[in-house]
Design a protein around this ligand. Sequence first.
Ligand code: ATR
Length: 279
Amino acid sequence: MDDSRETIGPQAFVTGFPVKHSRSPLIHGYWLNTLKLPGNYGAREIAPADFGQFVQSMKAGEEPYVGGNVTIPHKEMAFQLADEPDELSKELGAANTLWLEDRKLKATNTDGRGFTANLDERHPGWDNAEVAIVFGAGGASRAIIQAVRDRGFKDIRVVNRTVDRARELADRFGSAVTAHPIQALREVMSGAGLFINTTSLGMDGDEAPHIDFSPLRDGAVVTDIVYVPLKTPFLLQAQNQGFAIVDGLGMLLHQAVPGFEKWFGKRPVVDEHLRDLII
Ligand code: ATR
């Protein structure tokens, strides 16, 4: 290793296409600063056609990186190109966190851990339920379904406008997960203890459908992966109807924790200053 790397510390990246909207450099930069660690985390825009070459160069030690994050549209390819993807990413067929270890490229997916860590922090006891509603069946819903199942939910009902996409997820995850059309939402919500919006509806002040959350059981928790605005239309409605809510910002922050620890060697803390910095 050349000497400059010793003094500037480990280098990590986030790549996507586009990548300019990524909040990850702010998050990791905050932790590097507050923990006073040497190192750098930067955004690198890479077109899909160039991503394979980038990963090969990294494996060959021709890039300065010890690892990094990948976001849309590279998550599936990152998983495929990894030498040793872990079990979580294998089941999802997608990875968001890469690191070099023993000359091997390792991969995991931290979205599910971000999701559960956020709920653990903001609403302990959220998992004292058997039935969960996952609204939406896009890319973001997979890791959430996996995480909710792994936390012991026995009956996970995926509700989606295009019911075939929900069925694909039900097939992937087995008998704990069932698929339902959006028209059945009210009926399907009956007795559930957790409702998760995994669609982008309501983002940036956009319209979101009116939802009557009353079929949920008493004490149910409603959460959203959208965090701009922090109180999304789903969360506002749920709160007005007397349900507990948890915003999605913490999922973004907590999913970054395992990668930071791998690359820079110290487990960072998600604190209120970081939340204020990101919103
Ligand atoms: P990603 O993979 O990034 O999550 P996506 O595949 O476009 O993005 O998924 C977005 C989710 O929001 C899907 O569940 C989508 O429903 P469809 O599968 O039917 O497209 C859902 N969604 C987006 N706009 C919607 C709308 N106006 N009404 C209901 N669901 C909507």
